[in-house]
Design a protein. Structure first.
Length: 292
């Protein structure tokens, strides 16, 4: 089986689009065939024709076929633009910038590879559609940006809670060390009263204890400063993230308004509005008749 160098999911997406393109191509060919058939049925009713009559028939056929083919080519171009729009919209949701190489569209080797892929995919009699082709539509854009911002906020809050827990642990250790110092100092004083000759050893113990407390104090102050800086950094990031979230929400609101405006300009909306207007006039007439 010919492959396009894509993963299974993306290859199934390509197959889905090729199935759509084959269907549209078949409709276009049927339309062209019907143009020739209509000419046969409507004009070729005599046994002989003059040169002018043949030229007139060919010119009419050319005009019809040209119009049909041009319409289908324009529709194909617009369809491809909509397909690219879907892909670019998904990429922009994750702040990606996709690039295209138009020169590859005329690469004969690549075109033959695609033709071989289409042949292998659609000429097998027992070919079954992939389950991935029946997938839901694209995820709405109003969920992607908010989801990313919410995840960032949640991550920052989690880091903040971890720093707070670490700070509480350091404070507990420092308090325990101070309590131990007080107990040791009291024990030292009792020993100095009982045994005055152990003053030197006691002073050494005090010095070691003070050094230990000083080291714990330095560690506590350093950790407290780091926690304060991280707290400030996280708060700044949280504010920036909230601003981005408000910006995204404002863009979503603007997009919704534009969508509503476009919907009001559609033919279906105008027809529905015209029908409602007629119904209201009929109701008014009926009310007048009932009043009479």
């Amino acid at each position: 089986q010919a492959e396009l160098g894509l993963n299974e999911h993306h290859q199934n997406e390509v197959i889905s689009y090729m199935r759509f393109a084959r269907f549209k191509r078949g409709l276009c060919l049927k339309t062209v065939d019907s143009c020739f058939q209509d000419l046969k049925d409507s004009r070729l009713v005599e046994e002989t024709f003059t040169v002018d009559e043949v030229a007139d028939m060919l010119y009419g056929l050319q005009t019809v076929v040209h119009s049909e083919v041009e319409s289908e080519l324009i529709n194909t171009t617009y369809t491809n633009v909509l397909l690219l729009r879907q892909l670019f919209s998904q990429a922009e949701k994750w702040y990606l910038r996709l690039q295209t190489d138009v020169s590859d569209l005329e690469n004969r080797e690549l075109l033959e590879q695609v033709a071989e892929f289409e042949k292998s995919e659609f000429t097998s009699s027992n070919k079954k559609p992939s389950a991935d082709l029946t997938k839901p539509k694209l995820a709405p854009l109003n969920e992607g940006g908010s989801e990313l911002l919410n995840k960032t906020v949640a991550h920052l809050q989690e880091e903040n809670e971890k720093l707070k827990a670490r700070l509480r642990t350091i404070e507990t250790q420092a308090t325990a060390a101070l309590d131990e110092k007080v107990k040791l100092e009291k024990s030292l004083k009792d020993l100095q009263v009982i045994q005055g000759d152990q003053k030197t050893d006691a002073n050494q113990d005090i010095t070691e204890l003070e050094n230990k407390v000083a080291a714990l104090k330095c560690q506590f102050e350093k950790t407290l400063n780091d926690a304060t800086e991280n707290q400030k950094f996280l708060e700044d990031n949280l504010v920036t993230t909230k601003h981005d979230l408000l910006k995204v929400q404002d863009q979503l609101s603007t997009a919704q308004k534009e969508l509503e405006k476009k919907f009001q300009q559609t033919a279906a909306y105008r027809n529905m509005k015209e029908i409602l207007s007629k119904k209201n006039e009929q109701i008014k007439d009926l009310r007048k008749k009932l009043a009479k």
